[in-house]
Ligand binder design. Sequence first.
Ligand SMILES: *Cc1c(COP(=O)(O)O)cnc(C)c1O
Length: 390
Amino acid sequence: MKVPLLDLVGQYKSLKTELDNAILRVAESQYFILGPEVDKLEKSLCEYLGVKSAIGVSSGTDALLVSLMAIDIQPGDEVILPTYSFFATAGVVSRLNAVPVFVDSDPITFNINPELIEEKITSKTKAIIPVHLYGQSAEMNRIMEIAKKYNLKVIEDGAQAIGVQYEDGRMVGSIGDLGCFSFFPSKNLGAYGDGGLVVSMDEKLGEKVKLLRVHGSHPKYYHKIIGGNFRLDAIQAAVLNVKLPHLDSWSEKRRQNAALYTKLFIEKGLAEATGKTTFDERNKVLLPRAIYESNKDNVKNYHIYNQYIIRTQNRDELRAFLLKNEIVTEIYYPVPFHRQECFANLASSKGKYPVADFAADNSIALPIFPELSTQQIEFVVEKIAAFCEK
Ligand SMILES: *Cc1c(COP(=O)(O)O)cnc(C)c1O
């Protein structure tokens, strides 16, 4: 049985007419950059995320970059972020000649460990970028407390977490000074190309991002500040306008798939419970845990499973075995920032990050997309059990 890591064809087929029409509408209007589709999307996302400003931008990476520009990050400024994330989280800091300062992860969620942040703060620290990795919120209360104490800005990297609610019900992205999202096709809300979003509860900051998105120009051709071309295309916005109303139901399907994986791993005796952090005879597979469980009457999107990540020993052999059985998996991510060649000269790369190292060496992302069938999930767990028994 073939089990791809991600198959977007099913989703496209389910909305084909609407999506095709939306793209055609843009072609017929010949209005390709910003414009009414982008305005509509921004308005819908303000409502959905409960924020004052939502600004469509060219990618999740550019959302982070323009956010750092909006809070005036200067060369030499230090920005605290998890060592375990997608490259963009740290890359954008270096691109402004500022300095990424790495922090190790929490052993259960693999998000930034807030208890390790304060020791990294210096007189040069200007901001923290928590990442809501795999679709689960970082510990925002604790992070905001630290930010307030040291007068730091917070930019949330919610690229994998659009529609995630924090424990108090607020949407991630609306908690820090700025929130960033990605519409890369493999994210829970994916465009048909690159796209991203910046949100804020601070309208003035939102206005600044809007200005930076168009080279800092206002009125046209008059520049008080230096921005860039960070605009979202109308075709991407048109596609996203069709998809947004379905986002929560897709995320719910991912949660159901995750729950089925977890149940089967426990039934097969490969794990005792979710959230274990060390391997032993009864826990050959370490399962992800949603730190806040949703209750049935008031379903909250505490974890939207952009990825379902397990940890196993002999990870690379397991992946090869699964691939032989036509099951495709991925590693997010094999190399934490402190071990990246391009960051080798950073003081922060000399630190010890045992939790991130453990994650990098043992993690596997299993297929989790909404259209996955029960049979496919059962097949994946069977094959992992067969490997573990060898
Ligand atoms: C995908 C991703 C980004 C970058 O988004 P793009 O739209 O691909 O530029 C940034 N941070 C994290 C954590 C991501 O997963």
